[in-house]
Design a protein around this ligand. Sequence first.
Ligand code: ADP
Ligand code: PMV
Ligand code: MG
Length: 420
Amino acid sequence: MGDDGLQACGVVMEARAPGKVILCGEHAVVHGATAVAAAIGLYTHARIHLLTGEDNLLVLDLPPFQVHLSWPLSQIQSVLDLSSLHKAYPQDVQSISESWSAKLKQLTDEQLPADADKGLQAGVVAYLFLHLYILGLQPTKMTVTSELPIGSGLGSSAAFCVSITGALLAAAQQLDLHRHLGPTEEGDMQRWLDVDDKDLDIINRWAFEGEKIIHGRPSGIDNTVSTFGYIVKFRQGQLSRIQTTMPLNMLLTNTKVGRDTKSLVAGVGARAQRHPKSMAAIFDAVDSISEEVVSILQSNSEESRIEHNIDGHAQSELVHNTVSRSVEEIKLEELVQINQGLLQSMGVSHPCIDAICCRTSKHKLQSKLTGAGGGGCVLTLLPHCLKSKAIEEVKADLAAEGFECFQAHIGGKGVQISKK
Ligand SMILES: Nc1ncnc2c1ncn2[C@@H]1O[C@H](COP(=O)(O)OP(=O)(O)O)[C@@H](O)[C@H]1O
Ligand SMILES: C[C@@](O)(CCOP(=O)(O)O)CC(=O)O
Ligand SMILES: [Mg+2]
C-alpha cells in the first residue's frame, strides 16, 4: 500500500518528454509556414502506477499545481458513453467529440478547486481523454512533474501530452523499447529506453490530439519535437531532422509574464482574418527566414565558416560588433532580429520581451521570443566565441531587471520510457 492508501499492483512506468525552443517560425507555422525547433534538456515526467481492482479510481497528481484529483470509475461510467471505446485501440488515433469534451469538462470542474489555475482545466481534460482512449477504464495513478516553466513558450503543454501518452502506451504494453548503449546523463541513475520509430509516430499523433484540447489550433510542431527530439524543420505536419555541426548556444530568459498559447494563437488568427493579404506576406517572410536558417544550419560548416580576406588569406572568424563570429552566426543573428520584428507585427510581443531584446542588443546580442509570446521566454543567441565572463555580465544585467536567465542543452533526444 502506498502513502496515499492506494494499492499499487507493482507495475510502474515512467515517460519523460522534453520541452522545446522555436528558433524561427512560431505562429506563422500555424498558417502553413516553415518553422525550425529544437528539443531542450528540460523534461516533463509522467509516472503511471497500475492500481489493483480494489481501488476503482483514476488518480491524477499534479504537484506543479498542488492538485490531487481522483475519479471513481463508476462516476466516469455514469457520465460518459464508453461504447466508442470498445472500437478504439491505440493505433486508431481519435479526436475528442463535442459531447465528450463537454462531459470531461464537467468531470474536471467537479474536482478542481474554485481558485485553480484557469489553464489547468484543459490539461486535465486532455489527460482524461488520452487515458480513457488509450488505456480504457483501468484503475491507475498518474503523477506528472515538470522541470519546465509552465505557460512560458517552452512547450510544456506538448511535453505534458507526449509524456502522459508515452506512459499510457507503455502501461498498455503497446511500445517497442530499445535499450540504448550510450552513457547515461551525468547524475541520472535512471535507465531510459528509446521508443521504436513506428511507435513514436503513434505517440505523436495522440499527443497532437491532446495539444488540440489545450491549444485549440496547434500546428503540431511542439508535440513533434517533444516526441522525436533533436532539431527539426516542420511545415504543414511534415518534419525533417536537421543535422548540424554548428554550435547552437543560447540564453533563455523568462519574463515571468503569464499568458496562454490558445488566446495568442487565436489573436493572430483574428488579425489574419482582418488583414489577409498583409498577414500572408508576413507569414511568407517567416517561411523564407526558416528556409534560410535551415540552409545555414546545414551548410558545410568547416568550409563556409572560413571567410577569405581580399588579399586571399583565410581568416576563420569575423570580428563583428567586437565579438568574433562565424559568417553563419552573423546571418543567424540577423534572421533572429528580422523574425522578432515580424512577431511584433503579428501582435505577439510584449513590453517585457522588447525590454529583453533591447538589453541584450546593448551587449551586441540578438534575441527573439520563443513559443507563443505575449510574455513567456525569450531566446538570445550566444556566439561560440563569447566568453563565459561576458555571458555572466548579460545574465547579471537581465537579473537586475528582474528577469530569470538559464541555459539548457539544445537538440537532445525526444520521449523516452523507464520501467520499474
Ligand atoms: N505539468 C503539467 N501539469 C498539468 N498541466 C500542464 C502541465 N504542463 C502543461 N500543462 C497544460 O498546458 C498549459 C500551458 O500550455 P501553453 O499555454 O501552451 O504554454 P506552454 O506550452 O508554452 O508552456 C497549462 O495551462 C496546462 O493546461
Ligand atoms: C505559437 C505556436 O507556434 C507555438 C506555441 O508554443 P508554446 O505553447 O508557447 O510553447 C503554436 C503552434 O505552433 O502550435
Ligand atoms: Mg504549449
